[in-house]
Design a protein around this ligand. Sequence first.
Ligand SMILES: Cc1ncc(COP(=O)(O)O)c(C=O)c1O
Length: 392
Amino acid sequence: MPFVNPLQVQWQFAQKLYSEWSENSPDLLKLIKDVKTPALVIRKSKLQKKFNEVKKHFQGFNIYYAVKANDDEEVIKTFARLGAGFEVASTFELQKVFKFGVSPERVISSNPVKPLEFIDFCLSGGVDRFAVDSFAEIDKISRFRKRARVYVRLAVPNVGSDWPLSRKFGVDTDTAVEILEYANSKGLIPYGITFHVGSQCNNLQNWFIAVKKAKEVWEKALSKGIKLQMLNIGGGIPARYTRESLSVKEIADYVKGLLNKYFGMKTLELQMEPGRGLVAEAGILVTSVIGKAERFKGEKWVYIDGGVFHGLAETLGGIRYSFYLPEKEGEELDFFTIGGISCDSMDVVAEKVALPKGIDVGDRIIILTAGAYTTVYASSFNGFPPPRVVMI
Ligand SMILES: Cc1ncc(COP(=O)(O)O)c(C=O)c1O
């Protein structure tokens, strides 16, 4: 078997992601050198390309961009202009979406547990579609005495998803039907079913089980006299971080096959609410090396002006990024641990990262595939501001 150098494997994948993102443009290299760090640099053309790819392969679906992934106004504006719908979880997110002239018919809210003030704000603004997964939520929504439409969130397997979402939300199929019946009795409209296979999902089996469960609820509801209209397949489309992932086409072909088999595509309204899959690969986080050290047993560290509190929170939950320094291409590599800017000892971004041996203070480290769940999680901990967003 040929010898595989783990340093090279990491570095080459990072190099590939960078050259795809930058299309090897010298202008972008200059921008990366000059931009004040930390900065999330997002290419609008990549957002457009990804949206069009999802739209093409998931033809027949209404796409609601999950704003939580990246709520930057330029991102929202870009998707609004492309005709996307939006999935929002808070008054703040909805206000941002409305700011760009998006009509309430293009908005849904899928967090199954919502603050009362937010429900009120939605209903007053004409947004009347809400995910639910508890009787208490039906009680809350029905307080407003409007014929809101509710769709029930099912618990489905999140096996193999790098960012699982199944424990906190979702109900079994029998409870789902009871919730829909309860909604009906309270004057709400039982509208549909939703699920989430887990964010960064690379396991098609999760969609298989989810669609089968949805079909079960659909039929059981029908037997109770409740005719549903809509199926929402949630998010989960993965991005490429340190390896290849399922493509949009592979997922779409598979899911459409399932829907044909279990539902017959024409009879229902289809929705999806991707977040990560639409924005992650459009953005890179440009950081600067602010220090370096050798710790006990010769472990090599570099410290950057980002960190788990400053854009890289998902590293705490197991997301691993690719790191690249275009100007040091071809240099000898070594393993490093990357520490964040704050004084907190949990602010460690990644271990065993392939970086050039000669890396030094002031060098710029590019963190690839950083468009999703980065700036939205960032705080000003320790007095360091969150990364700025630069849209190009
Ligand atoms: C209700 C809901 N919809 C959509 C999404 C977006 O998921 P993803 O980023 O995996 O596409 C999330 C992510 O947390 C979610 O909670």
